[in-house]
Design a protein. Structure first.
Length: 137
């Protein structure tokens, strides 16, 4: 049986990927709470790694991608698990780096928490070494 919280998490997750995929940054930002535990650990040579928390910092995070990457050559969600307010998504994607012309394949996991219909935690786990290699000239 799906709880109201699980349904809210599913709905927010669906909206997140729809808005991200369509480039709807204002709509995407509306899904985040005022303060978020937002973290993408990894190589400092990957421009989007680091910790953030404010809406402005999160906006800057999503604005980085079209400045440094090609449109995705492929993107596939392989699995998603929702347990109450927690959602974990496993996905694969292929992008090119504009500055170097190199491509990278990223298999990553994204852990979101949703409270009252808003994302309060965003932790991404990816192979930043492979991505950093694509950024290296």
């Amino acid at each position: 049986m799906t709880t109201a919280q699980q349904q809210s998490t599913h709905t927010t997750l669906d909206s997140f990927f729809a808005r991200f995929g369509s480039g709807d940054l204002p709509g995407l930002l509306d899904l985040f709470a005022g303060t978020v535990d937002f973290r993408v650990d990894g190589s400092p040579s990957v421009p989007w790694t680091g910790a953030r928390s404010s809406r402005e910092e999160i906006s800057e995070f999503f604005e980085i991608f079209p400045k440094v990457l090609t449109a995705p050559e492929s993107f596939a969600i392989n699995a998603r698990v929702v347990d109450g307010q927690d959602a974990v998504v496993m996905a694969d994607c292929v992008f090119g780096v504009l500055a170097t012309g190199k491509k990278f394949t990223s298999r990553y996991a994204l852990h979101l928490c949703v409270e009252d219909g808003r994302i309060t935690r965003y932790h991404m786990y990816e192979d930043s070494y492979a991505i950093a290699e694509a950024f290296a000239g």
